[in-house]
Design a binder for this molecule. Structure first.
Ligand SMILES: [Zn+2]
Length: 141
């Protein structure tokens, strides 16, 4: 679903998120694809188009998230809220695997978000492997 986002808000988000997916940290430079504007709380569930509720997300994260706000932690089976990039710190919930190709969940929220948004899907793993070969170092926050 596409929602109108005023230019001033687009600029604020661009300055804050720096062309990077707020969930899996894929960059526009690596993917060659423009980031989407993701409503953290979906519009369909009353989410507003504000800086606090809209962040950059790659197309993969955006599509897999859909209008979900929760996912299941595969370790405990508990339903957890998805990671909120505006109110939570990435490095408190996620870390990179030693080879830099997989995002690992440090918390129940991290694990549920990775699973629910398929942040380690087969396509992105191949792309990250290539980036690492080219000397790319995975960012954190
Ligand atoms: Zn992403």
């Amino acid at each position: 679903m596409s929602t109108y986002i005023p230019e001033s808000l687009r600029n604020k988000i661009a300055n804050s998120d720096k062309g990077r997916c707020c969930y899996c940290l894929t960059t526009e430079a690596n993917s060659g694809i423009t980031m989407t504007h993701e409503h953290i709380q979906p519009v369909s569930k009353g989410g507003e188009t504000t800086f606090e509720n809209v962040c950059l997300a790659c197309r993969s994260c955006n599509e897999f998230k859909g209008d979900a706000t929760e996912a299941i932690d595969p370790l405990t089976g508990e339903t957890m809220f998805l990671f909120n990039p505006r109110t939570q710190k990435w490095s408190e919930h996620f870390a990179w695997s030693a080879d830099g190709t997989r995002v690992e969940g440090l918390t129940a929220i991290g694990r549920a978000t990775i699973c629910g948004m398929r942040m380690n899907n087969a396509v992105i793993i191949v792309a990250r492997s290539r980036w690492v070969i080219c000397g790319w170092h995975p960012p954190s926050d």
